[in-house]
Write a protein that binds this ligand. Structure first.
Ligand code: MV4
Length: 494
């Protein structure tokens, strides 16, 4: 069994991993940048080491430094969290060479899954249906034209080294093809250092559905059902849920079985996700995310499986603590990503000082965060403040709980996207479960709905200011707003 791990990450996911460590009697070591000296995760760990200046390239992405701390502290494993070094095959290989267990798949598998064309081909061999498209990189225009003619327009050109949407170009007809091919290749080269691109049939407004997988070192691979991640903006997911309203038990069993089999086919070890697009009841493999994901808690809520603890077991050479027959979906879970951003100003990041912080609670409510009252969110990293996750016996109960929890959530001092989430929870299409990747663009009333909600809250803030003055207002909001602001208007639409 692993005795001590370095968590090569920051914020809420570092704390999430450390909590699992405490439960398993594993010692935790934080590495933090100069900007994160007072961050909660650096205090929460059993030991903490500063690894460099604020920019991630000088700290969280410094492979040598992280490995040096692992050796110095006597850790036997490294958990990379998500982002930063999580899917970096060079980092995994450096760990392998130093005899430190990388908590995740082997460098070989990371390399294979990082090459999206290779992953498509490999998963196709394993029996997963992909979107119609190429099994090889597209080099020249003539080749691109032939493929596009064969699969039919619209098509989408994607960088093979990418994933997550960066650099993808939609092509409506042959006239646009040459320019699109060139620009995608240019982005592929500058962003991923690899000019390889591939072409797929473009599906309009599909659902983005992903399967959670676990594979151990004995060759057992299982799935924990799916997550619906359609609600995203500029390739940033904002709301995720489990299960998906669009997946029937038969479809879940079929897709899950295929996904788990494909993971086994490549020798996948650890926690991972297979992404699919679902359109007209048909599913198409997209790519593999070879890491723990931000949205893993919704799966934990409906299956009861602690995915991070399974990661630690797997890395220790132990078998999974559960088998496929033991996995049951119970109820419904939703996650809202609470970001420091201004929803009225094109969602630009709003780092700064949190003057007062009052997270929600109650039955079925879970908050994953790394902030506290008087903490200043640094401007160097992603602007996520926390994840608010709720569980209900069914989707409607989960939505009702999310509404309540969002209205209880008090963050004073910086603008957040909480009003946006409140508007989505009241949206008739969302409530019906009618989702697609273009949900936010298509719901043209969402911003106005949000403004109305913010107006009502402003009048409360003004009242509190008048009664208590500015300093007192902040305290008063944390103390009473949770109850006061909900009076009369949280349930008018139902
Ligand atoms: C697609 C697609 C439609 N058809 N692939 C975006 C995230 C990445 N993991 C895959 N993405 C997409 N892949 C096919 N064959 C639509 C998306 C997509 C998208 C693409 C370009 C611009 C914005 C988008 C928003 C959501 C989904």
């Amino acid at each position: 069994m692993i005795n001590k791990i370095v968590i090569a990450n920051r914020g809420e996911i570092a704390i999430r991993v450390m909590r699992a460590c405490r439960e398993m009697r594993i010692a935790s070591v934080a590495v933090y940048s100069e900007a994160d000296k007072v961050a909660l995760f650096a205090k929460y760990a059993d030991e903490a080491y500063c690894i460099g200046p604020p920019p991630a390239t000088a700290s969280y992405l410094n492979i040598q430094k992280v490995i040096e701390i692992a050796k110095e502290s006597g850790a036997d494993a490294i958990h990379p969290g998500y982002g930063f070094l999580a899917e970096n095959p060079k980092f995994a290989r450096a760990c392998e060479e130093e005899g430190i267990k990388f908590i995740g798949p082997s460098s070989r598998v990371l390399e294979l899954m990082g090459d999206k064309v290779a992953a498509r081909r490999e998963m196709g061999k394993a029996g997963l249906p992909a979107v119609p498209g190429t099994d090889e990189c597209v080099v020249g225009f003539d080749q691109a034209r032939d493929i596009a003619n064969k699969i039919g327009y619209p098509v989408i050109i994607k960088p093979s080294g990418g994933g997550g949407g960066i650099g993808m170009t939609i092509v409506a007809n042959e006239g646009e093809l040459a320019k699109a091919l060139e620009s995608t290749q240019a982005i592929a080269t500058t962003t991923f250092g690899l000019c390889d691109v591939y072409i797929e049939k473009y599906l309009s407004n599909p659902r983005h559905i992903e399967f959670q997988l676990l594979g151990d070192s004995k060759g057992n691979t299982i799935h924990l059902g799916e997550r619906e991640c359609s609600i995203q903006r500029r390739h940033q997911k904002l709301i995720e849920e489990a299960p998906s309203a669009a997946v029937t038990p038969a479809m879940r069993a079929k897709m899950g079985k295929l996904a788990a089999k494909a993971a086994r086919f490549v020798g996948y070890e650890g926690a991972g996700t297979m992404e699919f697009l679902v359109s007209d009841g048909r599913f198409h493999f997209l790519e593999v995310n070879a890491r723990i994901q931000v949205e893993h808690p919704v799966t934990e809520m409906v299956t009861g499986v602690d995915i991070v603890k399974e990661q630690m077991r797997i890395a220790s050479g132990l078998p999974l603590s559960i088998n496929q027959e033991g996995i049951r979906m119970n109820g419904s879970a939703i996650e809202c990503r609470i970001n420091a951003e201004d929803p009225l100003n094109d969602f630009i990041p709003t780092p700064g000082k949190i003057k007062n912080y009052h997270p929600p609670g109650g039955t079925g409510v879970r908050v994953e965060s790394g902030v506290y009252t008087s903490y200043t969110i640094p401007p160097f990293y992603d602007p996520m403040i926390s994840k608010l996750i709720v569980w209900g016996r069914d989707r409607n109960e989960a939505i009702a709980r999310m509404r309540g929890a969002l209205f209880e959530y008090i963050i004073v001092g910086i603008k957040t996207n909480i009003p946006f989430h409140k508007a989505v929870m009241e949206n008739p299409r969302f409530v019906k479960g009618e989702l697609g990747t273009h949900f936010i663009d298509k719901e043209t009333t969402l911003l106005d709905d949000m403004k109305r909600i913010m107006e009502r809250e402003k009048s409360l803030e003004e009242k509190l200011s008048y009664l208590f003055g500015e300093k007192g207002k902040i305290a008063a909001m944390a103390a009473v707003a949770a109850i006061t602001q909900m009076r009369g208007y949280i349930h008018p639409k139902q």
